[in-house]
Write a protein that binds this ligand. Structure first.
Ligand code: NAP
Length: 495
């Protein structure tokens, strides 16, 4: 069927709304499961890769793990008694998503190798075009395209000259051998720290190129005993309680605190990081190099039990002189020294302002998302953009991000979206998107509130947009939960 022969909205019965889910990562799988549960079976779920899992499919570097406790980083409706550790490794998380998708019967519905290149709102419906030339038409689009998704390559002179093996952490080269090699890692974010701790013992030499020092929270990672797992299996309510306890702990101890730079919780976090640095790093010179000059949690906190031990190994060195350029045999630092390397790993993070892009998204009257977001990405409640009707984002711009479970966020957002979709399904309206006035008000309030957050207390991080404004939910997680419980319908334009 070509797009032109698809029925227009007026022809399609509202009970049979067609949903297009873009992406089969954590939030795309969630969407498919929840739509089926609601009896809304007319949907397609498109995934550009050949496997589900999103970030957990793409990040396969040694040491990859989630620093949110596994019993919280699980769907609320699909607890997993078999998590091996408090913070489980990436491969286990990937297997969890594959298992849940299978158990809930959505894995066979995913259409792989389908990269959506264009979505256009036309005659009240969304016309979808894919890179392979195929098309579809839907009434509702759910963009479950992820945040930490597009690798950011550093703008360092001579990058292309390196003659050893070089790759980005999210594009791990499985053929590369690290054992016995001189390995360089650029970056000191959560990824780099996990790689260093996991690989230091097998490489000949490890050089960690630090541009900015990071605060590190100590985080032990005990394994669950067989007895504990049996208990989780036999008494699922224990797991539910554990999830709820951890969620509360995260909200009170962290997410409700980062939005108030003066909060006592942040002082406690800072003190814990300082104590960790003082107590764990024995070499005083190294300790000073590792000491950040900004407050803890301004950048995303690094959680690690073993990074400080790793960087003190005799075969490890912290290089903080700054990179001048990359040469064919290694990295030249500003002090003139050449650090010769066999392998160079770019743990340099992600382009977090992309969201659905590079997809071309054309809303009402030919407005493109690229144009709308020219200055910076925005969305009312991180979900809806004016003039892009019936298109909803999960983990969209300026939503809650940080050291807590994005699964919780996506679940809350999805139930909010379903309440909006119900307006369309029940016939109250055909087209629904946030009103311009509500979006402008939301954005102004958000920017004002962001001034109080720890993210704007004097550091650079991926939380900040191009104008230096934190692009994250600047209120408490409790407020987010409350907002998501019931949409303010007056803030939406319904036609
Ligand atoms: P990131 O936090 O953005 O860190 C990128 C690192 O690369 C920074 O240290 C940055 O230095 C450095 N860098 C970038 N460009 C550079 C350049 N041109 N020269 C030198 N250094 C450069 O990226 P990430 O570590 O991949 O983490 C991204 C996010 O993924 C995390 O914040 C977290 O949300 C998530 N993540 C989570 C886990 C987990 O356990 N749950 C694990 C990994 C990642 P500056 O600091 O100076 O900019």
């Amino acid at each position: 069927m070509t797009p032109d022969t698809h029925p227009t909205f007026a022809d399609s019965t509202r009970a049979d709304l067609r949903f297009i889910i873009i992406g089969a990562g954590m939030s795309g799988i969630l969407s498919a499961i929840k739509l089926r549960e609601a009896g809304l079976d007319n949907f397609a779920i498109y995934e550009k890769a050949d496997r589900l899992g999103g970030t957990w499919r793409e990040n396969t570097y040694a040491g990859v793990a989630c620093d949110v406790p596994s019993h919280l980083y699980s769907y609320s409706f699909a607890p997993n008694p078999d998590w091996s550790h408090r913070f489980s490794p990436g491969a286990e998380i990937q297997a969890y998503f594959e298992d849940v998708a299978r158990r809930y019967g959505v894995d066979s519905l995913i259409q792989y190798g389908k990269e959506i290149s264009r979505c256009e709102f036309e005659n009240g419906r969304w016309k979808i075009e894919m890179a392979d030339g195929s098309t579809d038409v839907g009434d509702i689009v759910i963009a479950a395209t992820g945040v930490l998704h597009h690798p950011a390559y550093p703008d360092i002179e001579g990058l292309e000259c390196f003659e050893g093996t070089m790759f980005h952490s999210a594009r791990w080269n499985r053929d590369a051998t690290l054992a016995g090699k001189r390995v360089g890692v650029v970056g000191t974010g959560s990824t780099a720290i996990q790689i260093v701790a996991a690989r230091v013992d097998e490489v000949a030499e490890l050089s960690l190129f630090q541009r900015t020092a990071q605060w590190v929270m100590p985080q032990e990672n005990p394994a669950y005993s067989e007895q504990e797992r049996t208990e989780f299996r036999e008494y699922p309510e224990t797991m539910a309680q554990l999830r709820s306890d951890i969620s509360r702990l995260f909200a009170d101890g962290f997410s409700n605190a980062v939005v108030d730079a003066d909060s006592p919780q942040l002082e406690a976090i800072h003190a814990a990081c300082v104590a960790n640095l003082e107590n764990r790093v024995k070499d005083p010179e190294l300790r000073e190099k590792l000491r950040p000059n900004y407050r803890a949690a301004c950048k995303r906190l690094i959680m690690s039990a073993d990074f400080y031990d790793a960087i003190e190994r005799p075969n490890a060195k912290l290089v903080s002189e700054g990179i001048e350029r990359i040469e064919k045999s290694g990295v030249r630092t500003r002090d003139g020294q050449l650090h010769e390397l066999d392998v160079l790993i770019l743990a340099t993070g992600f382009r977090v302002d992309r969201f659905m892009r590079p997809m071309e998204v054309v809303g009402r009257n030919g407005t493109t998302l690229e144009d709308a977001w020219r200055e910076a990405p925005f969305a009312y409640m991180a979900i809806s953009v004016p003039d892009f009707p019936n298109l909803f984002m999960l983990n969209g711009p300026n939503g809650p991000v940080g050291n807590f479970s994005l699964i919780d966020v996506a679940e809350l957002q999805f139930s909010y979206i379903m309440q909006l979709v119900e307006r369309v399904r029940s016939g109250s309206c055909k087209e629904l998107s946030a009103s311009r006035a509500a979006t402008e008000r939301f954005d102004a309030d958000r920017k004002e509130a962001a001034k109080k957050t720890i993210w704007q207390s004097g550091c650079k991080s991926w939380y900040l947009d191009a104008n230096g404004v934190p692009a994250a939910w600047p209120w408490t997680f409790d407020r987010f939960r409350e907002e998501m419980s019931k949409p303010r319908l007056g803030d939406f334009e319904m036609r």
